[in-house]
Write a protein that binds this ligand. Sequence first.
Ligand code: SAH
Ligand code: SF4
Ligand code: F3S
Length: 439
Amino acid sequence: MTAPKKLFVKTYGCQMNVYDSERMAEALGSEGYEQVGSAEEADMILLNTCHIREKAAEKVYSELGRFRPLREANPDLKIGVAGCVAQAEGEEIMRRQPLVDLVVGPQTYHRLPAMARAVEAGEKALDTDFPEEDKFLHLPKARKPKRGPTAFLTVQEGCDKFCAFCVVPYTRGAEVSRPVDRLIREARELVERGVREITLLGQNVNAYHGEGPDGEWGLARLIWELAEIDGLDRIRFTTSHPNDMEDALIEAHGTCDKLMPYLHLPVQSGSDKILKAMNRKHTAEKYVQLIERIRAARPDLLLSGDFIVGFPGETEEDFQATLDLVKTVSYGQAYSFKYSARPGTPAAEKPMVDEAVANDRLQRLQALLSTQQKAAQDAMVGREVSVLFEKTGRLDGQLVGKSDYLHAVHVVAPKTLLGEIAKVRIVESGPNSLKGELI
Ligand code: SAH
Ligand code: SF4
Ligand code: F3S
């Protein structure tokens, strides 16, 4: 037998890329590649990239440049770019960085084994098609090692919303849902391998409308079906769009025990003028009312969101409306970004807000959000939560896991609890995590 070739995959961007990286590594496993932890040891380096903001894309090029000495030391080293930068820039990547041998878009990973053979033969390989078939179905069957207690499962991909700032509809293509039976099968396999918590993924996950045994199923129905799987204890989903928050899904948050009390529901802005310019197709008031309905179903739900400041045309008054919305809603967790013009998107044609103004707004918004985040975390002290232990902590005898509300919790606990769920009382709230005691 020949020695396994070594593959190093580095993942940027969203959780869907994390899921895809696992699938790509499995696909290359069938070509004799074994995953390693560093670029220095690798025969093939694959960067799974993100194009969402300018900085994310530029990172890829600076990272690629750093591989030059590795190539000089090992002329057989193959370098590939996958993901959303690959889709958006295609051949341009090879022009700009001749070190690159392979460019593969997010919808053609199942063709990777053949592409790997081509680059091993000294060719360059590029594939950024949007094929009709389900790439996940056509991936080679993986070897099935034991794995950690949490996993991602992509149920839906792509987006038809075309928010004016966003590259996703161009890099990931049109919205497609995977059929129910395949998802149930994949979930069962994950549970057999030790998974206790599954996060359902999609750029627009709550727009899920997959083919079921009796017609189309929405996300709520899929969640109820997954909840029937013994050994699967926790279900989450991300990311959702406010306009796709169907009643059955809101209700499930109140009635499905396995659905965790955490929801990521981005609003982007609190100004109706900006929401309209962003093509978000809802008002601030509609969003606030939606949150009220969700909280009526599940009062202790921890809400998370995304915000963009400095979108073209945003005035101080518009920004104040965002701060007001944040105060009204109150987030337990949030991500905020300065607007980044993305080539090819409608908003990129519009004049930018002054950089210093945008920076200042970002700081003010982040200060407010982090106060709310800390308050939500502090409010956990004294409460009983359930924790799924994922790994050992830095201190001796400590394990770290996630609470139902997705807070990281440090607990002194025996190693036998790794991969298990236990009741924990929260005793302390630190800067970024909680401390708890086994009950
Ligand atoms: N599908 C998800 C989000 C995908 S991108 C949704 O619709 O909510 C993740 C986040 O990145 C977005 O919610 C948005 O806040 C941010 N984002 C996307 N494009 C951006 C851009 N051009 N500039 C700054 N932030 C952006
Ligand atoms: Fe991008 Fe909007 Fe689609 Fe989210 S809903 S992926 S922000 S276009
Ligand atoms: Fe980035 Fe593509 Fe995800 S642009 S956020 S990796 S869908």
